[in-house]
Design a protein around this ligand. Sequence first.
Ligand code: HEC
Ligand code: HEC
Length: 201
Amino acid sequence: MPRRLDWAAAVMAAAFCLSPLGPAAAQDARRGAPLVEERGCVACHGPSGVSAVPLMPSLAGQQADYITLQMILFREGLRQVPAMAEPARGLTDRNIEDIAAYFAALPSAPKPDRGAPDAALIARGAELSAARNCQACHLPDYSGRANVPRINHQREDFLLHSMAEYRDNLRVGADTQMNGLMHGISNADLRAIAHYLAHRP
Ligand code: HEC
Ligand code: HEC
């Protein structure tokens, strides 16, 4: 009888890992919530993870693996952002995964304050994004996947800032793919791409 229970437990554990709910077993948004509260993340990243502050990225609906990886980079001082040093300090990997699950589960939506669309700029941005194959990694709707971030529903100023940082080698991620992709691109082209992405549905 105990054997059968072990077997049943193993099957249930395996099913849980394979189900869409699987990650919740390892990463738990409910455990993340008090950590987010304690560390004041929303003071900068916005209540419900939607940022209302220039240059502060929104985190609502961001990919959990991406948030986890970036938090580890901040904690280890590999992505150097003074504002993020204190919030990331001393968190365990488990803490970080729980925080990531918390923000990933918040609904992502187009920003209410994204400003009026400029049709010409959007068309230029769409053309540049197609030519550079952004959707191959960020997915056709730009919602991202695993450690490739969601780049729709993001603040336009932050998108512009992060792309310029990759280009100028001020930001190096877990790999250098984005640095290579942004190499030599003009500010005008970056503005068009940021405007296009920020106005995606
Ligand atoms: C004092 C303001 C502040 C606080 C508090 C803060 N952050 Fe940040 N965070 C920032 C800034 C500024 C950036 C953008 C850095 C840059 O320019 O690349 C950032 C970036 C990030 C990113 C990377 C997002 C991306 O799209 O690349 C993540 C993830 C993140 N913060 C998570 C958190 C979490 C989780 C907490 C709480 C534990 C937190 N932050 C608290 C200011 C803050
Ligand atoms: C080969 C895959 C790949 C392609 C193609 C690609 N990206 Fe990325 N992108 C990534 C990865 C991986 C990251 C995260 C890198 C890191 O850790 O900093 C990223 C990060 C970003 C970020 C930072 C978002 C944030 O929240 O900080 C922006 C903006 C971005 N990409 C825009 C683009 C645009 C625009 C294009 C097309 C011109 C593009 N990417 C093409 C893989 C790709």
